[in-house]
Design a protein around this ligand. Structure first.
Ligand SMILES: CC(C)(COP(=O)(O)OP(=O)(O)OC[C@H]1O[C@@H](n2cnc3c(N)ncnc32)[C@H](O)[C@@H]1OP(=O)(O)O)[C@@H](O)C(=O)NCCC(=O)NCCS
Length: 196
């Protein structure tokens, strides 16, 4: 694919946004990632699937990186870490569950470290991912689901141009409990705000 030609096969695609830079995670990100996740545990865990007991270990991160590399190669998922201009790790944004054929869709998930929240970083990261999804991957539809109580996520999605399409009962198992979710989506020809 064209976008892969512009970057090394080892590092995968890279995306530049407004004050943020996104690239595929690498083993060298482990110390920053583990520290950020540990420091943000209380902030993140109520919104995420339950973390495995060994989640923050180096060996689990190595397995994670191997899976990521394979997923990108297979065009089934594109996991990104999000950095600021100083190369500080801010969080992550992942395109997963990529379906080709007659569907041409992906799911979007994201998180920021507690210390970096509410500074516009994830809005900038998601706004930067959108052209990658529709122009580089040439998908037709980008989906996201969030808890009805997740005001930050709802605001972010609506701000960058997603539409709420539905409500799925006990849709995802978050923090150990099957929970209802709002379903959001953006289509390739939906209007996108100039600067969210
Ligand atoms: C959701 C999340 C990624 C947003 O990241 P962020 O970098 O803080 O988002 P932004 O700073 O770009 O803010 C996006 C919008 O949400 C608003 N917002 C952010 N945090 C908020 C909060 N706690 N309550 C209400 N609104 C909030 C911002 O004010 C902004 O809207 P505005 O531009 O109208 O002011 C972050 O809160 C997070 O990681 N939460 C925990 C994990 C999570 O919920 N992941 C998503 C699961 S669906």
């Amino acid at each position: 694919m064209a976008f892969l030609r512009s970057v090394s096969a080892d590092t995968g695609p890279a995306i530049h946004g407004n004050g943020v830079f996104l690239r595929i995670p690498q083993m060298g990100d482990f110390p920053a990632w583990a520290a950020l996740r540990e420091d943000s545990r209380a902030f993140l865990t109520r919104w995420e699937p339950t973390w495995p007991a060994d989640d923050l270990t180096r060996s689990a991160f190595r397995r994670r990186i191997r899976r990521y590399v394979q997923d990108v190669r297979d065009d089934v998922a594109y996991p990104f870490f999000v950095f600021d201009a100083d190369d500080t790790l801010l969080g992550g944004a992942t395109l997963s569950n990529i379906r080709r054929g007659v569907t041409q869709s992906a799911s979007l998930g994201y998180w920021v470290g507690a210390a970096h929240a509410r500074q516009g970083h994830m809005s900038a990261a998601v706004a930067a991912i959108i052209p990658f999804v529709f122009e580089q991957l040439r998908l037709h539809r980008l989906e996201a689901a969030c808890l009805p109580s997740n005001a930050a996520s709802i605001r972010l999605l609506e701000k960058v141009g997603f539409s709420r399409e539905g409500y799925a009962r006990r849709y995802l198992r978050i923090n150990g409990v099957w929970q209802d979710h709002f379903l959001y989506a953006m289509l390739s020809d939906d209007p996108r705000p100039e600067r969210p």
